[in-house]
Design a protein around this ligand. Structure first.
Ligand code: COA
Length: 322
């Protein structure tokens, strides 16, 4: 059997500027209390003009490489998940390749909205196990501040900017049971109108703003995320009690808490960044992972389940032994 793919390093980047709920309440009809009670969000990072999708992705990727004890010469593929690329093409992944001085291999972007990182990780896992790549940077980088309708209080309070990355390599003999155990992807295009961006370069007459039916998304999120985590456990003959850490997509504290309860996990076993990062879409899971690995909560040998759901509708999970 081909050896498992291993997450060898993690990294993140957050824009310098922090915007509090109180600051938002000066320009739209909202309050810190409403936002915190409904979402758990206290603040978000907002990118400045030079903090582009490629800039942030490259910084997160460089941090992941350093964490793995590797350098640009060890990379032969870059898969970058984003809904907010700097340009229609070249792929942002290739801007990152140039920025990091990586001279070989290939790269491309993945469009799966908030599930983008899980999709990108699934592709990296398959490519590494199939022998097509030996060092894959998997990046989620997003500047949702550029697609917000800043007059729509129902959406603009929910999102933030940032980037997260992991470096995926083939496991060695010493790695034993370590690595990506399985990934599980789903999509339902008939639900595409629940969360979308109204236009793109092909439809420039549209607003280009994010549009969302929050209540419906909420309803689908808890049911579908719980099911896709159970699917991952079942595929590996594991049960809820085997999970050491849940690293969920960071959209809303209430969705995250509901997931923790469904899985029977105490709050200490759930990684939460939504209070400080808000929803950074494809960057949210790798940013949360980078935080929990960086501060020593996630340790070698821990079983970690990641999940995400987003526009498409897309959703998925990944089960990883660190
Ligand atoms: N500040 C104050 N009031 C607000 C507000 C804000 N920022 N945003 C909406 N409201 C108001 C609404 O206008 C509505 O007022 P009305 O009853 O007078 O019409 C009221 O609050 C309730 O709105 P509703 O949309 O029903 O609130 P909710 O409890 O469903 O919470 C969300 C809204 C968006 C927080 C919630 O639906 C949610 O988190 N959904 C999931 C979104 C998500 O995860 N998206 C990303 C997926 S990747």
């Amino acid at each position: 059997m081909a050896s498992r793919a291993v997450i060898a390093g993690v990294g993140g980047y957050l824009p310098k500027r922090i915007v509090s709920n109180d600051e938002l309440s000066r320009t739209i009809d909202t309050t810190d209390d409403w936002i915190q009670e409904r979402t758990g969000i206290k603040q978000r990072h907002i990118a400045g003009p030079t903090e582009t999708c490629a800039f942030m992705g490259a910084r997160a990727a460089a941090a992941a490489l350093a964490d793995a004890g590797c350098g640009p010469g060890d990379v032969d593929a870059i898969i970058l998940a984003t809904a907010t690329p700097d340009q229609a093409f070249p792929a942002t992944a290739l801007r990152v390749q140039a920025e990091l001085g990586i001279a070989r291999g290939f790269g491309f972007d993945v469009s799966a909205a908030c599930s983008g990182f899980i999709y990108a990780l699934a592709i990296a896992d398959a490519m590494v196990r199939g022998g097509q790549a030996t060092g894959v940077l998997v990046i989620g980088s997003e500047v949702y501040s550029r697609i917000m309708n800043w007059a729509d209080r129902g959406t603009c309070v929910l999102f933030g900017d940032g980037a997260g990355a992991v470096f995926v390599r083939p496991g060695t003999d010493q790695d034993g049971t370590r690595g990506i155990l399985s990934t599980h992807l789903h999509a339902q295009g008939t639900l595409g109108d629940l969360l979308y961006v109204d236009g793109a370069v092909g439809r420039p007459e549209r607003s280009g703003h994010l549009v969302m039916n929050g209540r419906e998304i909420f309803r689908h999120a808890v049911a579908k995320l719980a099911a896709v985590v159970d699917e991952a456990l079942r595929a590996n003959g594991l049960i809820h009690a085997d999970i050491d850490w849940l690293v969920p997509h960071q959209a809303n504290r209430r969705i995250i808490d509901a997931m923790g309860r469904k899985l029977g996990l105490s709050a200490e076993r759930v990684v939460v960044t939504v209070d400080r990062h808000a929803n950074t879409s494809a960057a949210s899971v790798p940013l949360a992972l980078a935080e929990a690995c960086g501060d020593g909560r996630i340790k070698r040998g821990n079983l970690v389940v990641m999940e995400a759901l987003g526009g498409g509708m897309t959703w998925g999970s990944a089960l990883v032994r660190f």
